[in-house]
Ligand binder design. Structure first.
Ligand code: SF4
Ligand code: SF4
Length: 136
């Protein structure tokens, strides 16, 4: 499955990335490298580079919209894990769409997660619905 985040990175260069200080590796093993963060008040820290305008996380490598990766992916803060790429799990992601638009990129669609070898997504239900759809 393709990962459209690897050719994007917009959210890592658009939002301030702040989190509870206890997530850093001076507090818990394998936490966020504290040297890549700055204090943000008594209880929070922020990824360096994301507290300024324009923001860009110090851990982001590469060119936004071309080829990127997070250099601390396995140790990234929880807030980064909560950003859901649109349609990665079948639904749009507000933060993802907003960040992509800020860099002139269209929001992801379900097709972004499909390999060229995948069969095309059906545009019509294969069988007519047998009951009245309900709101989720
Ligand atoms: S903005 Fe969306 S597609 Fe781009 S890196 Fe972030 S989650 Fe992935
Ligand atoms: S820590 Fe990684 S995932 Fe989080 S904003 Fe920085 S580059 Fe992006």
């Amino acid at each position: 499955m393709p990962n459209p985040c690897l050719s994007c990175g917009a959210c890592c260069a658009w939002f301030r990335v702040s989190f509870y200080w206890g997530e850093c590796d001076d507090q818990c093993p394998a936490g966020v490298p504290v040297g890549l963060t700055e204090d943000l008040g008594p209880f929070r820290r922020v990824m360096k580079g994301t507290g300024r305008i324009p923001p860009r996380c110090i851990a982001l490598e590469g060119d936004v919209g071309k080829s990127v990766y997070c250099s601390i992916y396995a140790r990234r803060p929880g807030i980064c894990r909560e950003v859901e790429a649109s349609y990665a799990t079948g639904r749009p992601g507000e933060q993802c769409d907003k960040a992509r638009r800020a860099f002139g990129m269209l929001p992801l669609t379900p097709d972004a997660w499909r390999s060229p070898d995948d069969e095309p997504a059906p545009t019509q239900p294969e069988t007519p619905p047998t009951s009245t759809p309900r709101a989720a």
